[in-house]
Design a protein around this ligand. Structure first.
Ligand code: PLP
Length: 226
């Protein structure tokens, strides 16, 4: 991880870069949320970002989130915790209890379980539907051909609060093509929010309409292996 003072500077620099990218595309910078992905980062790194005033964070493993976040959320109650990883159905109850936004909804069983838990716990957690825009067999996300039906199923049949769409482009391809494609699908469904763009490509994503960029290493430095 970077030193605490570097994490503060990283956040300032990234906000400025997001702002520039947004303005260059005629967008309002305040429409873009920087989600600091704190997976594998120790609580002291997260604390440095919180103390620098940052309030949106993302984790990709429930167990790690449960170890790190309850105490920090008590101390910084205005924090929004995003769950960005693949979610197993047996972790849905814990995810809905702890996390405020769910970024990777990609199959019916998961969507049903999320809707059921939100009712059970009487909370609303905005969801992003993950689309496998690169049609990569090993990658999570609904196939683009099935996206229309799946979005309709989540919203209309389940009443899931679908905020928007999310994607992770293939590593070796032009990310902009995938971001634009995701934006088209979202537009067809009147979905305004797009969770796209990571440390290497967030400016392209912002220019193409990202409302949530998910930045890990750019905020915290290299992840400790583990
Ligand atoms: C780890 C992760 C990120 C952040 O990746 P960086 O390249 O470190 O910015 C973004 N989104 C998801 C889903 C992740 O798992």
């Amino acid at each position: 991880m970077d030193r605490p003072e570097n994490i503060r500077t990283n956040l300032e620099t990234l906000r400025a870069r997001i702002g520039d990218a947004a303005r260059s595309a005629g967008r309002d910078p305040s429409d873009v949320t920087l989600v600091a992905i704190s997976k594998y980062q120790p609580a002291e790194a997260v604390r440095a970002a919180l103390e620098a005033g940052h309030r949106d964070f993302g984790e990709n493993r429930i167990q790690e989130a449960e170890e790190k976040w309850p105490a920090l959320l008590t101390e910084f109650p205005d924090t929004t915790l995003h769950f960005v990883g693949p979610l197993q159905t047996n972790k849905v109850a814990a995810a809905v209890a702890l996390c405020h936004v769910i970024h990777a909804v990609d199959r019916e069983k998961l969507a049903r379980k999320l809707a059921e838990e939100m009712r059970e716990q009487n909370v609303e957690r905005p969801c992003f539907i993950q689309v496998n825009t690169g049609e990569e067999p090993q990658k999570a996300g609904v196939h683009p051909d099935q996206a229309d039906d799946f979005i309709a199923y989540c919203r209309d049949a389940l009443g899931l609060p679908v905020a928007g769409l999310m994607c992770i482009p293939p590593l070796d391809e032009n990310a902009g093509v995938h971001f634009a494609y995701l934006g088209e699908i979202a537009k067809r469904h009147g979905l305004r929010q797009l969770s796209m763009g990571m440390s290497a490509d967030f400016e392209v994503a912002v220019k193409l309409g990202a409302t949530h960029v998910r930045l890990g290493t750019a905020v915290f430095g290299e992840r400790p292996s583990g």
